[in-house]
Ligand binder design. Sequence first.
Ligand code: PMV
Length: 354
Amino acid sequence: MEADLPDGPQSGTLGWSCPSNIALVKYWGKRPGQLPMNPSLSMTLQEARTSTSITYAYEPGKREGEFRFRFEGREEADFQKRIAAYLKELEPLLPFLSRTRLDMDSANTFPHSSGIASSASAMGALALCLVQLEEELLGPVDREFFWQKASRLARLGSGSASRSIFPQFVLWGQHPMWDSSSDDYAIPVQGIDETFLHMRDTILVVHSGPKKVSSSLGHTLMDSNPFGKVRFQQARENLERLHRAMTEGDWNSFIAIVEEEALTLHAMMMTSRPGYLLMQADTLSILHLVREYREETGIRVGFTLDAGANVHLLYARDDTPQVDAFISTELLKYCENGLVIRDRMGQGPQKIEQ
Ligand code: PMV
């Protein structure tokens, strides 16, 4: 038996709920090992989450790991394949996996077909469960190590998942301004002005179906994008500019940089080879209306986009009544089946007590 594995069988149940996150400075383009071409900065959400529970049985004599994975009560072939590959990849980092049976149940809080990417919350919740399982089998580790390892393992599942492990605002990727920043895992960002700490993120669901081009293909296409190098440098600069705006409480600069990042992400898609468009006509209508509304009213509401057609509206908690009215009268008609998901800056993952 390997020295660092328990000698006797062990079993139990554990679980974690992990939120999704929305990038303000985007990660788009990666190197082998799921390492980013540029650092990114995100806001952790509160409501959009995945809860995952694992019942485990460790047996020292076992030679191969086994698992069952149910998503919202069902075993789906796509998930099975992805989880199998993920667990295999993690074996060198978690040697007990090859001697453990895992029975996993996972569910999202947000509607299944809302077009909201769930890989960040799903891989975050799974990574947290696996790091906790390691702790239950091998004994406690210090908290910093725990979160860092969870973020590293989440990254291997989905790059953006590395950021979901921490509350509030989170940085993933090496940047000279942050000594402890790393391409391997994310870190929390400190010193953000109070004005941004109750940020709202209302998601206008323009299109809920699957994307025509997956994120993983999108990242790969950045390797041959003629603007790639400039983009990676722009992200580093925008990170610095955005952090300054956020420590100074400067909403105007915050909105300008976040919108530039969203439009650049989509510009990179359009200028890939082959190029593609994930925005819909309704996405563009919303973007125009948000800018007009901001100019007319002075209310600080900005947009960001994920790799899809949906629009995230970002604004301060105090402006909620006005922005709600604007959404109802002007924007709702562009949302598929009138679907809007209300979220806000969140406080990070939570252990599910058994
Ligand atoms: O984590 P992935 O591989 O699904 O990539 C996510 C990329 C974006 O969501 C578009 C941007 C980001 O930084 O989250």
